[in-house]
Design a binder for this molecule. Structure first.
Ligand code: GLU
Length: 509
């Protein structure tokens, strides 16, 4: 194998790309960029019965949103195309012919009925999972049991057939997986998988191996569900005489549901209320649309950051990464063997962290604030409430009182904190504020603290009343910053309005 890194993401266009698929693409991308290699998109569309209109575009749009750019693929030029398997039929045909001629593969003419019968008979005889294999094939209709003449006649009469691998008995197939270490299989446990069908289409196994070889793929990085297929793939490399150019394999751990008791599925997302797709999927068959992370308000940086940690870690405590930083730190050696649990709360946390990294200007572009304020004011609003927001949409909710006086006052807050005592403090503070001309945060803080000191009371006696009267809420960012933004006239008017509407606290005392 040459040292030049070439990796591929090889989805089947059978529906929308699940976040697990995006993680596979992401790891391939990071590995390619880190090693100065190529990241290739190959569409594995040999199973026409499962082909779904729009799936290929969806895959491209999703990965594009995540910032994962391909170097080669059906939508780009490249020296190893075509990059859609349905456009490579001739290549597979010539290769399967070679395998048949060399005895590594054989024709099988068994009908569905005959195959079912074989399975039923074997089950009755106590075989738990019957297979078409080194033993059972001897009782079936194939070019190993039929004479040459008959095989020729069947082929000439265009009888439908499949081509199966001729898996040898009792051989050990071993390989060193980059994540799992040495893995070994005995061929006695492997069946004679179908490689090619009489409709001229290869199956996944054959097409995948031929393409990885012809496209000079150096590393196959894919989900753990493909591990059981790896020995067949390795055997195919041996049959073709390509062992020396065989790619290295890395089988990625599963992404588990939040309970950790199964593979993460769309059903888990529906059940627990989190997205499973990267972007919206418009199903053209039943005209339904399923929103993805993007539409739910997640930043692509946060989505990618969350995803990379479902299987990999940097070996230190750093958690917040940009895509560029991931390229620097990523390695397959730090991908674990065991499954990682998905955690929606953690995903939101990542979003919050990435939102905080954005400048007020960047954030402002994504929010539609009321139009009666200057940009300068809006930027201050953004900075003030930023820490309290997880999504862009939170900025509006978190800042309503910075645009107009509260229309109502949080009931619970009033019940708990609006009392004759707190109102009397509020009135005193109002007097102090009305005498003050410096409404800077610092000065407001000094005035307030001096008041606490001179009245010999704690923060909790005076602050909630002030906050309720100005914001209508129990919680929020620094009151000194809020008062500074609103200005003296507005602050005094709001305190008066609140006392008028809520009374002097006698009802709650
Ligand atoms: N077409 C396979 C899939 O849908 C690709 C598996 C592989 O990467 O070998 O996941």
């Amino acid at each position: 194998m040459s040292n030049h890194v070439r990796v591929r993401f090889a989805p089947s266009p059978t529906g929308p790309l699940h976040m697990g698929g995006v993680r596979t693409a992401l790891y391939n991308y990071l590995f390619a960029v880190k090693n100065g290699g190529e990241f290739i998109l190959r569409i594995e569309d040999t199973d026409q019965s499962r082909y779904v209109q729009g799936a290929e575009d969806y895959i491209l749009n999703s990965l594009n949103w995540c910032g994962l750019k391909f170097n080669e693929g059906p939508h780009l030029n490249g020296d190893y195309g075509p990059y859609r398997q349905s456009e490579r039929r001739e290549i597979y045909k010539s290769h399967i012919t070679k395998l048949i001629e060399s005895g590594y593969a054989y024709y099988a003419f068994d009908s569905e009925k005959e195959l079912d019968q074989m399975r039923t008979d074997l089950k009755q005889a106590g075989v738990q999972s019957p297979q078409y294999n080194q033993i059972t094939r001897l009782n079936m209709k194939n070019s190993l049991t039929l004479n040459d003449e008959e095989v020729k006649n069947r082929l000439m009469n265009n009888e439908s057939y499949v081509v199966r691998i001729n898996m040898p008995r009792n051989q050990v197939i071993k390989f060193k997986d980059k994540i799992r270490g040495w893995v070994s299989f005995n061929t006695n446990n492997l069946d004679d998988k179908v490689l090619f069908k009489s409709d001229g289409m290869p199956t996944y196994h054959l097409a995948n191996v031929i393409d990885d070889h012809l496209m000079k793929i150096s590393h196959v990085i894919r989900g753990e569900e493909w591990l059981p297929s790896a020995p067949l793939h390795i055997f195919l490399y041996q049959c073709f005489g390509w062992e020396r150019d065989m790619p290295e394999f890395a089988h990625l751990p599963l992404i588990l549901n939040p309970e950790g008791d199964g593979k993460l599925s769309k059903r888990d997302g529906d059940r627990l209320g989190f997205p499973i797709f990267p972007i919206i999927w418009n199903n053209s068959e039943n005209y339904t649309a399923t929103e993805g992370y993007k539409e739910k308000g997640f930043l692509k940086e946060a989505f990618v950051n969350m995803l990379v940690f479902l299987g990999w870690n940097p070996g230190n405590t750093k958690e917040i990464y940009s895509l560029e930083e991931l390229v620097d730190d990523f390695s397959l050696e730090r991908v674990g063997k065991s499954g990682s649990r998905y955690n929606f709360e953690k995903t939101k946390w990542f979003n919050q962290q990435h939102l905080r990294l954005k400048s007020a200007k960047q954030i402002l572009k994504n929010i539609k604030f009321p139009e009666n304020k200057e940009e300068d004011y809006l930027l201050k609003v953004v900075d003030l409430v930023k820490e309290r927001c997880v999504f862009y949409k939170d900025f509006l909710n978190e800042s309503t009182y910075l645009f107009s006086p509260p229309e109502s006052y949080e009931k619970e807050a009033v019940q708990k904190k609006w009392s004759t005592e707190s109102v009397s403090h509020l009135l005193s503070i109002k007097t102090k504020l009305s005498l003050c001309d410096d409404f800077s945060k610092e000065n407001l803080e000094i005035i307030f603290k001096n008041y606490l000191k001179s009245s010999n009371i704690g923060f909790g006696k005076a602050m909630p009343g002030l906050r309720i009267s100005i914001t209508g809420r129990m919680q929020g960012p620094s009151m000194f910053s809020i008062m500074n933004l609103l200005g003296k006239d507005e602050v005094l008017a709001r305190i008066e309005k609140a006392i008028k509407e809520l009374g002097n606290g006698e009802d709650n005392s």
